[in-house]
Design a protein around this ligand. Sequence first.
Ligand SMILES: Nc1ncnc2c1ncn2[C@@H]1O[C@H](COP(=O)(O)OP(=O)(O)OP(=O)(O)O)[C@@H](O)[C@H]1O
Ligand SMILES: [Mg+2]
Length: 256
Amino acid sequence: MSSNPTAIQAHGVYKRFKTGRTHIEVLKRVDFDASHGEVTMVMGPSGSGKSTLVAALSGLLKPDEGKVRALDQDVWGLRSGRLDRFRLDHCGFIFQGFNLFSALTALQQVEIILKYQGHSKKVAREKAANALMEVGLETKLNQRPSELSGGEKQRVAIARALAKDPRLLFADEPTSALDGENGQIVIKLIQRAAKQYGAAVICVTHDPRLEAYADRVIHLEDGRILDDRRVDHTPADPGPHANADADHRQPALIGA
Ligand SMILES: Nc1ncnc2c1ncn2[C@@H]1O[C@H](COP(=O)(O)OP(=O)(O)OP(=O)(O)O)[C@@H](O)[C@H]1O
Ligand SMILES: [Mg+2]
């Protein structure tokens, strides 16, 4: 169990989709929880229901059955306007395809969300510029997506998600379109949202290299959680037994 406060708790989440005359069950009564200050990674084969789970947890896709409590609210009990507001105020989203507006500059991409949230133009601009600085894009504020690299686009998307200081951060394959180096920059920024700002981070990934940044790894297969384990990072202090530690420090990661 985590000693950090629980941010999300879901029970019996069930979702099926109609395909032709039949239904496929995509989430088969999943129980899930995630805590503040932690990176919870969701892994599993393609089609196992990871994106559907994240959508159900984050108020994007209503499950057929089950309950999701997030930040002490019954997410699917909220009326749609309240749910939109909940997402706007508390949830950051980072997706594989960046989801940037092609006509807007980096600064405007971030600013627009803050204006929606009700910040004045001046405050929105300041906060947006700060967020972009935090991800190392201070020299690219006025560039549009077509003038940015993949890694830079993903960093704009992260700045946009983090500028509002979300309590919940949902990332779905945030590094899959990036090379190793840019992937690492991105996952470190995502981890910082948990460690520095106390967000509950739920990150879907196929990339086993990202496990090193997880506090917990959940394996989903065929709509069910098969495995749920904590990653122990405690012996980070290289002492006289550093080499011995390195061998058994993260046994759960090997062969995952
Ligand atoms: N709107 C939909 N209508 C019908 N079937 C859907 C719909 N959305 C998802 N599915 C199906 O549900 C299953 C799970 O999809 P989901 O996107 O959650 O998988 P995933 O684990 O995220 O996979 P990937 O790793 O490829 O992104 C898949 O078989 C998919 O085809
Ligand atoms: Mg997916």
